[in-house]
Design a protein around this ligand. Structure first.
Ligand SMILES: [Zn+2]
Length: 308
């Protein structure tokens, strides 16, 4: 198990994580599944998954996130992959570790992704609470057994389903990164990416007491991030990360429209770091070129850090 990521954060230094995985697989020609998006790509296109991890490490990422965002039982079963939940989780960790070995950098951490996305991305189709909790426990347990360094909870955008995922992740004993997606409502309020009536602050207030190690503002619009960081800092003294999206989703495909140029992302990130962010990466629509831009700009980012 590598703890280099934790040492970087303990020192107050900047930690680079990877960029989008599902959208990057799409960009590389991997077919997106109508029901489960990229959740079965480990089974269908393992080489593309490994190569994408390698490209992120090459670009400078020190944490890579497994391609298991859409791979809980509640997501894979309706897509006809219910018998492959175990194989997909074990395979995803294996591919990430192979990429780390191939790139010769044992300090790279492997984060196991789990989301609370519902079956078919349909919010009316959630499993009954105990079955839902069991699905998160299954995913977290498989990732832990396969040897991830931490659990990255992603798109934890409510206060109903989220606590079950957080509970399941914490039960592994591994560090838990909480990834919350937000956006700015027309009246200026920062709200859940999925629920315009739910304030970002309410999600934080519900989940921070459970004990995450890191909180990431993820898959969020670049314009909403400064205010989101401010809301987070009012509530949280632990490490803050940012990995935004760029473009938009029309199931099951990402639209690579007006993708933020890597140089512009770095300019935005200088402000985020000055405001207290320490983990930087990208979500949907971003690729290795964005992570490389962060890496190349590290002297500037370190200077911005010293002002906060
Ligand atoms: Zn995303």
């Amino acid at each position: 198990m590598t703890t280099a990521w934790q040492e970087t954060l303990d020192a107050g230094d900047i930690l680079l994580i990877d960029g989008g995985m599902g959208t990057e697989l799409q960009r590389r020609g991997v077919p997106m599944n109508e029901v489960v998006w990229s959740g079965a790509a480990v089974a269908t296109n393992p080489d593309a998954v490994r190569e994408t991890h390698e490209d992120y490490i090459r670009a400078g990422a020190k944490v890579i996130i497994t391609n298991t965002f859409g791979s809980t039982r509640q997501m894979l079963e309706p897509a006809g992959y219910g018998d492959q939940v175990e194989a997909v989780h074990r395979g995803a960790v294996k591919l990430a570790k192979e990429a780390r070995d191939n790139m010769g950098d044992p300090s790279v951490a492997v984060a196991g992704s789990i989301s609370t996305e519902p079956p078919r991305f349909d919010r009316d189709a959630f499993l009954a609470p105990q079955k839902e909790l069991a699905a998160y426990r299954e995913a977290a347990g498989l990732l832990a057994e396969a040897g991830v360094d931490l659990i990255a909870l992603e798109m934890i955008n409510d206060t109903d389903h989220a606590p079950r995922a957080v509970q399941a992740a914490l039960e592994t004993g591994l560090p838990v990164w909480l990834g919350v997606g937000c956006k700015q409502r027309e009246d200026g309020k920062i709200v859940s990416f999925d629920h315009p009536d739910l304030e970002f602050a309410a999600i934080l207030d519900a989940l921070i007491p459970m004990g995450p190690t890191v909180i990431n503002i993820m898959h969020s619009e670049v314009g909403a991030i400064p205010e989101a960081i401010a809301l987070l800092r009012e509530r949280w003294s632990g490490p803050i990360g940012v990995y935004p999206e760029s473009g938009y989703f029309t199931k099951p495909h990402w639209n690579f429209v007006d993708i933020i140029p890597p140089r512009d992302l770095v300019t935005e990130a200088l402000g985020w770091v000055a405001a207290g962010a320490r983990l930087l990466g990208g979500c949907c629509g971003t690729g290795p070129e964005h992570i490389k831009a962060f890496h190349d700009a590290m002297p500037d980012l370190e200077r911005a850090r010293s002002t906060s």
